[in-house]
Design a protein around this ligand. Structure first.
Ligand code: HEM
Length: 291
């Protein structure tokens, strides 16, 4: 039960803590929510590795995940106001909602009451985290196994309207795709040429914006890009190759309000995956440490 001081900290704490934070950290917090599909929404992605255990956050596909200091700061304030009441899993769910709102997403009600898990194993990302090369069948299999529909998967993919990707996440589309001279034929040739300059086959490269048009704004440009064969990841572009997902992609390009509503509702659904309640799990006081 939250007393009034606790309630105020709970409602305002995470939002106030993340507002002065650079956009980069904010966007990565949105990315962290995908980790609900790994171990469930039990805050396990926030646990640090220990000498005997490599945690989820240090798994190879997750090299760019950052922003944990924002969660730490929000959690510290909550603990000062109401010790041991609000879980790290709930702080992350609220922070993701607030991070989205800060980059232009619609706000939404986040059900609370999750408890924290104490198991975080890097190896559990295998087969649970969708690879950037996934086609629609594979995406449906992974999201479906967690109770999410194809329509929710398409809406959630719209998160790629913000943020960055390492060249290694898509360079196979530029240099080693099938037998077609190494180039993915489903990618717009002009976009492919630009990406090849940004990501030379040999040599240093910088992360690339997933939506080069409005990289820091949560809008429907992701879908416009995919519709124009300018999806960055193969898994993004795959949404245009399947008739039923393509219809949803094209629909969102002209219905930003529908996208925002669908995305918010899919985030709530994703936030309910594998939730611990009652006597399950714990309320960690330090989100990085088992407790
Ligand atoms: C549909 C299946 C998905 C796949 C295959 C996928 C894959 C990826 C990959 C490979 C990256 C780039 C990582 C890097 O190179 O550093 C990325 C970035 C990102 N993803 Fe996803 N993702 C998926 C769904 C989601 C979902 C559901 C969300 C959140 C609701 C999300 C949010 C993000 C964000 C915000 C970034 C940018 C992170 C940054 O700027 O560092 N993704 N994703």
């Amino acid at each position: 039960m939250l007393d009034s001081a606790c309630l105020v900290a709970f409602i305002h704490g995470p939002g106030r803590m993340i507002s002065p934070t650079p956009t980069r950290s904010i966007i990565v917090i949105i990315d962290a929510c995908l980790w609900c599909v790994v171990q469930g929404c039990d805050g396990s992605v926030l646990l640090d590795s220990t000498p005997g255990n490599q945690a989820e956050k240090d798994a190879a596909p997750n090299s760019s995940l950052r922003g944990f200091e924002v969660i730490d700061a929000a959690k510290t304030r909550l603990e000062q106001a109401c010790y041991g009441v609000v879980s790290c899993a709930d702080v992350l769910a609220f922070a993701a909602r607030d991070a989205l709102a800060l980059v232009g997403g619609s706000s939404y009600q986040v059900p609370a009451g999750r408890r924290d898990g104490n198991v975080s194993v890097a190896g559990e990302t295998n087969g649970n985290l969708p690879p950037p090369t996934a086609n629609v069948n594979q995406l449906n299999q992974i999201f479906g196994s967690k109770g999410l529909s194809q329509a929710q998967m398409v809406a959630l993919s719209g998160a790629h309207t913000v943020g960055m990707a390492q060249c290694s996440s898509f360079s196979s589309r530029l240099y080693s795709y099938g037998t077609n001279g190494g180039k993915d034929p489903s990618m717009d040739p002009a976009y492919l040429a630009t990406l090849s300059t940004q990501c030379p086959q040999s040599g240093a490269s910088q992360p690339v914006a997933m939506d080069p048009v409005t990289p820091n704004t949560f809008d429907t440009n992701y879908y416009a890009n995919v519709a124009a064969n300018r999806g960055l990841l193969a898994s993004d572009q795959a949404l245009l190759a399947d008739n039923s997902t393509a219809a949803q992609v094209l629909g969102y390009t002209t219905s930003p309000g529908t996208f925002q509503t669908d995305f918010a509702s899919a985030m709530v659904a994703m936030g309910a995956i594998g939730v611990l309640t009652g006597n399950q799990g714990t309320i960690r006081t330090n989100c990085r440490v088992v407790g």
